[in-house]
Design a protein around this ligand. Sequence first.
Ligand SMILES: NC(=O)c1ccc[n+]([C@@H]2O[C@H](COP(=O)([O-])OP(=O)(O)OC[C@H]3O[C@@H](n4cnc5c(N)ncnc54)[C@H](OP(=O)(O)O)[C@@H]3O)[C@@H](O)[C@H]2O)c1
Length: 244
Amino acid sequence: MNLAGNTVLITGGATGIGLALARRFQQAGSTVLAVGRREDKLREAQQQLPGLHIRVCDVALATERVALVEWARREYPQLNVLVNNAGVQRRFQLTEEEDWEVRRQELVINVEAPIHLTTLLLPHLRQQAAPAILNVTSGLAFAPMAQAPIYSATKAALHSFTLSLRHQLAATPIQVLEIVPPAVNTDLGGAGLHTWGVPVDVFADSVMERLAAGEQEVGYGTSEEIRRASREQIDARFQLINSR
Ligand SMILES: NC(=O)c1ccc[n+]([C@@H]2O[C@H](COP(=O)([O-])OP(=O)(O)OC[C@H]3O[C@@H](n4cnc5c(N)ncnc54)[C@H](OP(=O)(O)O)[C@@H]3O)[C@@H](O)[C@H]2O)c1
């Protein structure tokens, strides 16, 4: 993928991996629109990255997704890249009783939203030069972490959807790319849960370099291993991550 000259919409672009990707797209000469629920985080990101365009949007709500796409198409008609990065992670025991709506939100944010945003933007992207859709999945798509059962399932679903999307769009100019993070040091799931992960800048540098080199599915460290693993290796990884 050419990192320069794009107009890139990044969900969850104000923090963590999304912010690191936003910075690198900007540095490469692209325009970036960052989306999230917290306006203060979006404004902080804008201070760090002058020229960043921001929009408050809760992608859990279908009406807000539609309004987001209408705004983006109207204000940035040259929009040619969608990065489905927004995600949440909840760790819980399935035996604990909990309101279903709380659990359903993780499905909606991590799976329904990227699929809906993709669907909404496909007609527009087809008309653009060098269009691309980047989905941010996880190494947990390949070997789940049982304490995050819905999260892991959502990432497996998004990985599967990405393969189907790429296949269906093969005859179009739209590139379909997948970023498969390992544990990265961000605030995903709450501050302090991923501090042992790879530094976000190290991860983002590697990802962008490989996307620029033309790779379609990019992991790092353990997620690079697991996305290429045999069934036996996946079983061993599952045992390892769930024995802690
Ligand atoms: N960090 C890791 O170890 C790791 C590993 C594998 C995959 N990933 C994936 O990487 C992506 C980015 O996560 P991160 O690690 O960078 O954590 P993060 O800093 O918590 O980023 C998640 C972003 O998503 C946004 N978001 C969440 N729900 C949203 C909603 N309903 N509407 C709009 N925006 C929403 C958040 O902003 P608001 O809260 O302001 O809305 C936040 O900016 C996620 O898809 C995650 O699953 C991360």
